[in-house]
Ligand binder design. Sequence first.
Ligand code: NAD
Ligand code: ZN
Ligand code: ZN
Length: 344
Amino acid sequence: MSQTMKAAVLHAAGEPLRIEQVPIPQPGPGQVLIRVVACGVCHSDLHAIDGDWSALPRLPLIPGHEVTGYVAAVGPGVSEPAIGTAVGMPWMYSACGTCEFCQGGMETICERRESTGYSQQGGYAEYMVAPAAFVASIPAGTDLYALAPILCAGVTTYRGLKRSRAQPGQWVAVLGIGGLGHVAVQYAVAMGLRVAAIDVGADKLELAGRYGAECLIDALSDPVASLRQQIPGGVHAALVTATANAAFEQSVQMLRPGGTAVFIGLPGGNADAVRTSISAISGWELSITGSNIGTRQDLNEAVAFAARGQVKAEVSLAGLDDINTVFDRMRKGQLVGRTVLKIA
Ligand code: NAD
Ligand code: ZN
Ligand code: ZN
């Protein structure tokens, strides 16, 4: 094995990534070395490189947290997963395991958690290291390019739908039919929910329709009114995966009494605040809840839906060298489905 690998590296916020040869990391105690096969390009990576969030990433940074590949080596003390196993690495790089949240099955809000491709090096590279305990097993024979988006877009929207507490037969609005939203539609349908899809792009709405969304709503022409016209009384739940602040405010206005809006998108910066009606929330007993990626158990369940063929991301492949072009197109909202870097 050569001692260096190809990686896409961020040196300063707002700059393009640079394609470089860097040393192959070595797995320490409790860690595995993953030979990366595929890595999805999540909008969170774009927020990271643009410096959109108040907590900035480590620098230099190798982004990427929708990683699939094979275990290439294991560090001291690791017996599972074994060398050669197909694995995935999500945004949750690690959590402490001992705090009240970790102990309570809520490791997603552990205050000592680390993030793949943000506080730790990620998968826009030929290899990455990861804690063995946080690596997801992937059923043998799975298409690793098709599965990569499940590692973030899949698990995040699956958990978000569970946190909405929507029941089979009820309506959920999915605001934002991008990488996350287009798999959210599929999880919702697989969970027996009825879906209204809202986005600014006709091509994205068309995709949502193919996956079973019954109402397709243009976000640019009074989406609250058109949703309420098509679904009298409003929706039981709304999942906001859009990157525009307006969608968060609209999601609350789309709810029927007792409904829940789940905030997932992270516009950051000046857009990180919403205006909403206190009397509507109080008088109609509405809920707004956040949902942050997913636990390891959420991830196992989300992968199982995909492995059974109930959820399948619409994937466009690109090379590591194309990464800056992919980000330019993401900034303009031109990507349909998820773009996945083909690394091996
Ligand atoms: P994406 O760029 O693939 O999709 C965003 C979609 O939002 C696009 O289709 C865009 O057309 C649509 N959109 C823009 N303005 C809209 C509006 N006003 N109404 C409706 N739709 C609108 O991005 P993605 O990879 O799906 O990520 C979406 C967001 O989710 C990002 O902010 C990302 O950082 C965040 N995210 C959060 C978590 C979490 O755990 N909370 C996890 C992953 C991603
Ligand atoms: Zn992500
Ligand atoms: Zn913890």
